[in-house]
Write a protein that binds this ligand. Structure first.
Ligand code: KIV
Length: 296
């Protein structure tokens, strides 16, 4: 079995120029498949609100749900580093609440670290969580918890001035003690500049190739997101949604035309028992499966 990925492992990947592979997961089966595939890091993202719970944004998910999802993911992970997302208003209100909620994701949810959205304005909260002994990943660029302020899903850091704002945010997060910074939806050159200015690993989602690792939302690459948003940076690796829908259609057709369940899906009993029970039946029925020698 591979060794557990830690913040030190991630630093050493950066030094060696090895890209970290980072995916979202919200449940035990997905996390298990990701572990088997050798994924380095899993984010239990508040995107679960949209991918799993059907919300139209990420702000409606709370700590209780995040702990349930985090537990399911961390149970599956012997190797992958698990990052739990701090949901909206779990760290903005006070340093005490930020520490308590980060602690709950680690102690209750089994996460190895937490992630907070925002730059300079959340740096003091990040410092408080780090002081409490919990590794924190920063998240700048497009921060979905602030969509209202950003004016929707918009690419960030497209001008020199806004790129510099992002660099200053990244420096503030690094000074606050963040072990890594996630950059979302920025031009590749802006991400490269941010990476060059800080020493911690910089991961990207929609931030091009010049970073220390890539994050994608598993539902996006699997084709199982039931929603309208299809970001430019998504590459589809499967059509899980199509496969699942096709399977459900076949099942529905089989139930309706009577081909499921067949004899092979029924529990066989000895012929004499079947005959005694059948004598009590008054209605029409299919043949009761008979016990075969091989079933005994
Ligand atoms: O919740 C999430 O999945 C995220 C990514 C979109 C970065 O925060």
């Amino acid at each position: 079995m591979s060794k557990k990925v830690t913040t030190a492992t991630l630093q050493s990947y950066k030094r060696r120029g090895r890209s970290a592979v980072f995916l979202t997961a919200y449940d035990y089966p997905t996390a298990t498949f990701a572990e088997r595939a050798g994924v380095d890091m899993l984010l239990v993202g508040d995107s679960a609100a949209m991918t799993v719970l059907g919300h139209s944004s990420t702000v409606g998910i709370g700590m209780e749900e995040m702990i349930v999802f985090s537990k399911a993911v961390s149970y599956a992970c012997q190797t992958a580093f698990v990052v739990g997302d701090m949901p909206f208003l779990s760290y903005q209100v006070s340093a005490e609440e930020a520490i308590r909620n980060a602690g709950a994701l680690v102690a209750g949810g089994g996460c190895d670290a937490v992630k907070c959205e925002g730059g300079r304005r959340v740096a003091n909260r990040i410092a408080a969580i780090v002081d409490a002994g919990i590794p924190v990943m920063g998240h700048i660029g497009l921060t979905p918890q602030n969509l209202g302020q950003l004016g929707g899903y918009r690419v960030q850091g497209k001008s020199l001035q806004t790129a510099e704002v992002l660099v200053n945010d990244a420096l503030a997060l690094e000074s606050a003690g963040a072990f890594a910074i996630l950059v979302e939806a920025v031009p590749a050159v802006t991400a490269a500049l941010i990476r060059e200015r800080v020493t911690v690993p910089v991961y990207g989602i929609g931030a091009g190739p010049h970073v220390d690792g890539q994050l994608v939302i598993s539902h996006d690459i699997l084709g199982s997101f039931v929603g309208e948003i299809e970001p430019r940076f998504v590459k589809r690796y499967a059509d899980v949604g199509g496969t699942v829908e096709k399977a459900f259609r076949s099942y529905a057709a089989d139930v309706r035309d009577g081909s499921f369940p067949g004899p092979e899906h029924c529990y066989p009993i000895p012929p004499d028992e079947a005959s005694s029970i059948e004598r009590l039946l008054v209605g029409k029925r299919k043949q009761t499966p008979q016990l075969q020698e091989t079933d005994r």
